[in-house]
Each structure stands twice: as structure tokens, then as C-alpha cells.
Design a protein. Sequence first.
Length: 339
Amino acid sequence: MSTASQAPEVAESTGSAPSVAAKVLGVSLAVVSGVAMAVQGRINGQLGVELGDPMLAAVVSFGGGLILLFAALPFAPKMRAGLGKLRDAVRAGTLRPWHCLGGLAGAMFVAGQALVVVAIGVAMFTVGVVAGQTVSSLVVDRAGLGPAGPRPLSWPRVAGAVLTLVAVVGSVAGGIGETGAGELWLMLLPLVAGCCVAVQQAVNGRVGAASGSALTATLGNFTVGFVALVLAWLISLLVRGGPTGLPSNPLLYAGGIVGILFISIASLVVKWTGVLLLGLAAIAGQLIGALLLDLLAPAHGERLAPETVGGVAVALVAIGIAAFGGRRRRTRPGRRLPQ
């Protein structure tokens, strides 16, 4: 869910409505992007285990995506032009320099995948991220960090956030008897990562709108995130040493490719679905992918806990409630929206 997805929302309220076919295609692709995020979590988590160095796994994931983006740069004139527009926007003051640091949130998310997915499972990690993202989105919308400006709180949105937290508590409680209370602290990392994702989406929207290119925003994210992860890895070397092995499975090095996939898909379809529907469909895809991975290829070699399934189901209901609260009222022809 690391996308330049907020900017089109403004145009969406004034422009022509997309066709039903475009919306169906957009939602379908957004679900696929969410499943890809869950797959990336499993890849990065397993790579961290086999390397014996979770932070290096995060560096490899971001580094692989960054190499591909730089390789594509000579063949992507819109992405190159976007870099110039981005520079001009920062110089003109229409874009703040800190808006270009969304990659820090992406680095936090990928590091969380590598550090805790294998310990707590993809489903519990995803539910934690969804909870953090839902609650943080309320604050981000209220503060107006995205290009759409401030959005007031509503009871359905708040109720959805609270219900999502209940889903996380239910999932965690179901694993107490099996994993022990010590591992439950690992849920804090996906919660924080989810909060960072909401902020990242807001600032990515500003960067994407200013540059006119989703790939430019993606390149900036991967660059900033890669630098941050390399610095964090160098610090970790002093604390715990380096990797203990080198996996031979090439699929474990594909996390960056998967990351580019879901970022690009989200940037493509947001003009058809709008921000709210895109987020709902992508989160649904994450949860579906998480359940399938934990069911068919569980990280612990165990069956998926029924409590986790119930927690994910409650989270889906909560997301629906929050999405309903974010829908805008239609205005009569000739009537202007309040400023």
C-alpha cells in the first residue's frame, strides 16, 4: 500500500465519473496488489530467516526494486520529466522537502516484514498493519496531510477504527496459548508500520501530483527507503553481526519486484476507483493473501488459528464501516461544495 494514491481524489470530486467496467477492473487489480503485499511479507520474512539477518533482507528487497527502477529510467521519459517537475516544485515551495521522505515509512514496513512475519505469521502481521493504518488514516485525514486537504471525522470512520483494534486484540488473544506473551510484543512493530503507511500514502500523493508521474514517486520512495535501511543495517552489524548464510532460492530475492508491482498497480487504478475504494480493495487483498499463505504455507509449520481467522473477518467488517463513513455526499447541480 505504498502508493501515490491521494492526489486524484480532488479531481474525482469534480471530474467525470469512471465507467462501471473501469471500476470493476480497478477493484480487481487493487485486490491483486494487496495479495502481492502479503506475498512480499512472506518473501522478506523467509529471506531474513535464511540470511540470519532480517535487516539485510529488507536492504535486499529495497535494493532490488531500486536497481530495476534505475534500469528503467532511460526508457521512461515521463519518469525522467517527473524528476524535473519534482525539483521545481520543491524550489517553488509548493512541495515541502519532507514530503519526499515517504520512503522512510516504506522502509519501516519492509523491515517489519523481515523482522516479525516468520515469528507471528503473515495474517497477524497484516491485521496489525491494517489496524495501525486505519487509526492513523483518521489522524492523517483530519490533519490534511494529503493533497485533498483536511477531512472531518465521522462516526462510521471512528467506529471502524475501534472495531479494527478489537479484531487485532482478538487475533492476538487467540495466539497467547501457543506463542507465549513474549512474542505478542512483536505486534507493536506492524501496528507502527501501519501508522507509517497512512502517512506515506498522504505524502506520496503530494509527490505524485507535483511530478505528474507515479513512477517518479515510486523511485523517490525506493531511494529514500534504501538509504535508511542501509544505515540501519550498518548499525545492526555492530550489535548482532552480519548474515550467517546465503539462500540459493532466487524467489527469495524478488521482494523488490513485488513491491514495484503493487505500487504501480495502485498508482494506475486510483483514477478509476478513487482513494477510498482502492484502499479497501487493497487491504482486502492483503487479508486474503495473508490467510491463504498462513493456511497453505504457514511460517511456523502449523495450522492457522481459528481466532486469527475470526480477527481477520472482523477487520474486514471494520474496514467496510470505515469506508462507508468516508463516502462523500453528492451535491446538486450548480451547488458548490463548502470550502
